[in-house]
Write a protein that binds this ligand. Structure first.
Ligand SMILES: [Zn+2]
Length: 76
């Protein structure tokens, strides 16, 4: 039951552009880099990473794959 309640709550926070961990406004969070043509990687001050979709104007949690993809680019 708890999981069912917890997930929509995180989605509500993201819809409001707030970090799901510390509720810090993601618009003020650190934009660490460009992930793809239409998305940016954003890092909150609590170190959680998000992907900002420029087409939708929305945030979502960055997947581990996306974080690694970004880190690989940094090393080049
Ligand atoms: Zn945070």
């Amino acid at each position: 039951m708890l999981k069912i309640i917890a997930k929509p709550f995180q989605e509500v926070l993201l819809q409001r552009k707030l970090c799901v961990g510390c509720t810090y406004p993601l618009d003020k969070a650190n934009r660490v880099g460009i992930l793809t043509e239409n998305s940016d990687l954003v890092e909150c001050k609590c170190k959680r990473r998000y992907v900002f979709d420029r087409k939708l104007g929305q945030y979502r949690r960055a997947s581990l794959q996306e974080e690694q993809q970004y880190l690989k680019r940094l090393k080049k």
